[in-house]
Design a protein around this ligand. Structure first.
Ligand SMILES: CCCCCCCC(=O)SCCNC(=O)CCNC(=O)[C@H](O)C(C)(C)COP(=O)(O)OP(=O)(O)OC[C@H]1O[C@@H](n2cnc3c(N)ncnc32)[C@H](O)[C@@H]1OP(=O)(O)O
Length: 395
């Protein structure tokens, strides 16, 4: 994004929702300061890798990445706060989905270290993540194991030192990360109970992250090939065979934040649609004068609010430990499913309202249309969220 190019109308996200009881002064403060900061950035996004690095550096310098780790390791809050992640991602995604991506992947990529790392691992990585000095990545998916995590084939063996063999793919920050949190099988017969997490440093011999994957939105993704690759400090991340639960607990936090990003994109699409409806004249009236337009804007606003309430509830439940772990997990799944699906619908409606201008390459609604699509897939596709909710309903 070039700030001047992408924000001709200087739109700002509304902060009215912050009056909801889910939020406190910390969240209101973030949402007061962040829009001015985000709006002032002028990052050239024509090269996604360079732009992502640039965003990480800027976010680190400005202190925003401190919300990705706990205060003990240079963060701002005593523990990872889901509501802070949600409001940060909502605001960043409103301005630049790539800035949101850069922020979120620092959190997701280091989340397992925050939750399950030893003190030495936390000290070695988290302060540098918070300052934007080390770029993090989360390596879970494989060519034959996307939604079905337990089917992964990458193996970790301790003989005599720990080393990894296998292929991970769709790895966000792949190619620009300084370290990867890699999940691998340590007991081939034990399904989800035979997976362990490890940290692998980028410069380790046997790590090849040079195969870039190009997707419809500009995001740095790569395949990660591991050949007899050593593990940082020769120490697993968390308990041996405890990696599946560590991955799920990390995803539980970040799934609600994906919903936050979807809200930010949907709010931007609605803001663009309102500006267009007010400015465009047709049959002697502005588009906004027509009831057909008002009905569509009304539906878009309601779709956003429905996603928002589920998202804020999920984040609040986690932060304040409401309900059981399973209930919090289901709330995060409901939030991710609803907010991302609704955002896709809202952005499509905004694009339709723009007519030909909406499909013009370079228009904001056109880029949002491409940006939103992957949110319904990554960190657990809509169908995975349906399964999580459906299983719980049956129980
Ligand atoms: C633009 C591009 C950006 C790209 C960004 C990319 C970032 C990513 O996408 S990261 C990867 C995303 N991948 C996913 O989200 C994976 C989706 N899959 C899943 O979530 C799971 O595999 C899922 C839900 C289908 C369940 O799998 P399944 O194998 O049936 O496991 P299940 O039987 O439910 O649980 C196994 C064990 O884990 C436990 N468990 C399950 N969920 C949780 C949880 N949330 N917390 C703690 N424990 C859990 C269960 O209790 C069970 O424990 P036990 O063995 O003691 O009984």
């Amino acid at each position: 994004m070039s700030g001047a190019l992408m924000q001709p109308t200087a739109l700002k996200p509304s902060t009215e929702h912050l009056a909801l009881p889910f939020f406190d002064a910390t969240h209101r403060e973030i949402s007061t300061r962040l829009p001015d900061w985000a709006n002032a950035q002028d990052v050239n996004e024509s090269d996604d890798r360079a732009a992502c690095r640039d965003w990480v550096r800027r976010l680190g310098d400005a202190g925003w990445l401190r919300y990705c780790v706990s205060a003990e390791f240079g963060g701002t809050l005593p523990q990872l706060d889901s509501r802070a992640l949600v409001v940060l991602r909502e605001t960043l995604a409103f301005y630049s989905p790539l800035a949101d991506f850069a922020f979120a992947m620092q959190g997701l990529g280091s989340g397992a270290i925050s939750l399950g790392g030893t003190a030495a691992q936390q000290q070695a990585y988290l302060p540098a993540v918070a300052r934007g000095e080390k770029i993090a990545a989360f390596a879970l998916s494989e060519p034959q194991a996307g939604s079905d995590v337990a089917a992964m084939a990458t193996q970790a063996v301790e003989a005599p030192a720990w080393h990894l063999n296998g292929t991970k793919t769709w790895i966000s920050n792949g190619g620009i990360a300084d370290f990867y949190c890699v999940f691998a099988k340590t007991d081939a017969q034990a399904g989800s109970r035979g997976i362990t997490a490890f940290i692998v440093d980028k410069n380790e011999a046997g790590l090849d992250d040079s195969e870039h994957i190009h997707v419809m939105a500009p995001h740095p993704l790569a395949t990660l090939k591991l050949t007899n690759c050593k593990v940082a400090g020769n120490t697993p991340l968390g308990e041996v065979n405890g990696g599946f639960k560590l991955a799920m607990q990390t995803l539980d936090i970040f799934r609600a934040s994906v919903a936050g990003a979807a809200l930010g994109m949907a709010r931007r699409a609605l803001a663009e649609a309102i500006a267009h409806a007010r400015g465009r004249t047709m049959f002697g009236h502005t588009l906004a004068d027509f009831q057909l337009t008002q009905a569509k804007l009304g539906e878009m606003a309601a779709l956003i609010d429905a996603g928002a309430l589920l998202t804020y509830r999920a984040a609040w439940m986690r932060d304040t430990q409401q309900g059981s772990m399973k209930e919090r997990s289901v709330a995060a799944a409901m939030a991710k499913m609803t907010a991302t699906e609704n955002a896709q619908r809202v952005i499509d409606m905004a694009l339709q309202m723009h007519g030909g201008l909406g499909v013009m390459v370079g228009s904001k609604v056109e880029s949002l249309y491409r940006d939103i699509r992957s949110l319904r897939i990554y960190e657990g596709a809509t169908e995975v969220q349906q399964l999580i909710i459906g299983k719980a309903v049956l129980q």
